[in-house]
Ligand binder design. Sequence first.
Ligand SMILES: O=C1O[C@H](COP(=O)(O)O)[C@@H](O)[C@H](O)[C@H]1O
Length: 318
Amino acid sequence: MPSLSNHQQTNLLLPPHCRPKTRCSLGNFAGFANSSGSQRKALKNSGRYSRLVHVRVQTTRQNPAMTTKHGDVKIFEGIQDLTTSLADYISERADAAVKDRGSFSIALSGGSLISTMSKLYEPPYNKIIDWSKWHVFWADERVVPRNHPDSNYKLAKDGLLSKVPIIPGQVYSINDSLSADAAAEDYEFGLRQLVKTRIVDAASSSDSPKFDLILLGMGPDGHIASLFPGHPLTHEKDKWIASIKDSPKPPPERITFTFPVINSAANVAMVITGSNKADVLQKAFGEKQDTGVLPVQMVDPTEGNLVWFLDKPAASKL
Ligand SMILES: O=C1O[C@H](COP(=O)(O)O)[C@@H](O)[C@H](O)[C@H]1O
């Protein structure tokens, strides 16, 4: 991926600490059938979906998603069906955004998510997707060099981005030469410029960015992005991008989208696989506990769509 020097952004758009330097994260910044928020709220209020334990396993991708108070839930017999359905979903969202706005802003997570996107670089998706319109961001990133095995950028680059003709200057990785605080500030600064120019859409009811699609995984503790259970960052209201230096899951230093950004997206997809997620998913779909709300339970796009892609082992306790 190129560094700032071969990116079109002008210095005027750069945060002050980047202007005289050659590396800055601007440009590439370094270098759910869908129920909307309002429909979900109506479902919650109607009491028709008091618990999800009654969800029937849907084993083929022909089956429509089941609409619940938590969004639309798709449960797949095998990983192949899940990855194909996810590729259909992503390419449909991309197509709709390009028709509507002329570009597609997508935020990725790390972890197991990337391997579930593998169908995208195979026919027919690799041919039908207009990759030149994609703008790729990270919902969270570890503050490590971009070639480090813990880097979410490296994971996505090796597992997807290097296999499709995405424009390098439209891949917005963090500036890995900065501290966690500075990297978060820098990422937010870059994002603000892209909202001003509407590469990333703006939410109508707040000043938040409105990503066309945010893809999230979930850890076995119920964390999403780098927002962990009980951590004060789950209540952040002002910052779009926050730094965390005490992540319970290594590495400790990370940056993350905050809930105001996640819940302003036009579409959020939760992609959760594996039996080690079954217990927490059962809790997540149950009533919120007195002991605290799990970050995964706080994903609730205000006016957007939420869809869950689950495999059978992850959904085994629903
Ligand atoms: O640390 C992280 O973990 C979560 C979950 O990862 P998974 O491998 O259990 O799916 C991931 O979504 C996040 O991006 C990552 O930084």
